[in-house]
Design a protein around this ligand. Sequence first.
Ligand code: SF4
Ligand code: FES
Length: 327
Amino acid sequence: MAKVTIDGRVIEVPDGITILQAARMIGPEVAPPTMCYHSKLKTSGGYCRTCLVEVTKGSEIDPRPMPKLVASCRTNVMDGMEVGNLSSPKVIEARKSVVEFLLLNHPLDCPICDQAGECHLQDLSYEHGSSKTRTDFERRTFEKISIGEKIQLHMTRCILCYRCVKVAEQITDGRVHGVINRGDHSEISTYIEQAIDNDFSGNMIDVCPVGALTDKTFRFKSRVWFTKPVLAHRNCEKCSGNVNLWFKGDEVLRVTGRKDQWGEVEEFICNTCRYDKKATSDWTVEGPSHVNRHSVISANHYEVFTKPTEFKLNDVKPLAIQEGDKS
Ligand code: SF4
Ligand code: FES
């Protein structure tokens, strides 16, 4: 076991885990934000630098501080390590720059983007970015390419986090897309613009932290904060069948995987559940979902007013933000 101190909070953690995992064990108040790390995808992390932290004491044996800020998702803990996240002015300053860097080429099209309201980059900029931009040059644009019937790619919104590439590599039968070119010419592309049509490809939509990959069957149907997410399941031979249904009125507008408190998918779901089961009768509804992220959806906290046993779809109405519910 290793004793680690993060922002003054001490915890004993198993050897070999990362600073990020240790911080998550303490809780969201000390956990660094992440854009590319995803706990269910091997080798994810190390691309976006939003999780930078300052190691002020390396370990009990070698207490020297680490000379530079380190990516907490890629740095292992050591016994006696002391880490600054929000308590470190250097981290706060560096994170602002990382947000600025991620936004350099990101279009400000949130008003028409389907990801608005559940976009990790929106949350990140709001919580860690600066209020002004220092750039006014033209942003990078790309030719639109089709990557299949069900998934829309908006390359201009991509932050090159590689999560979708890892999904294709690790969850689907065969990867037909990846990051091509280098530097600011890098882009996500299918090598020969093939359709991504294998059974678990829809999970790329769920892991994309921004609106670069969106569900064509849901596009422009509703702002996400007007929908009602509920937990539901069905017997599925391909996946666990545990999903979130997003209702508007009595209509299921979309089906997604369930996400944990870090906004990461808990269990990947198949394309049949995602695209072909959009009737309420296909599902056993369990009750309202709890959205843990600091998002406009969770701000509604509608589920506290309805116990699952009393749950009826039409009872669930978005409510005004309650005092103290803003986090
Ligand atoms: S398309 Fe989305 S998931 Fe894929 S690399 Fe870009 S931002 Fe990440
Ligand atoms: S989350 Fe650690 S580098 Fe992206």
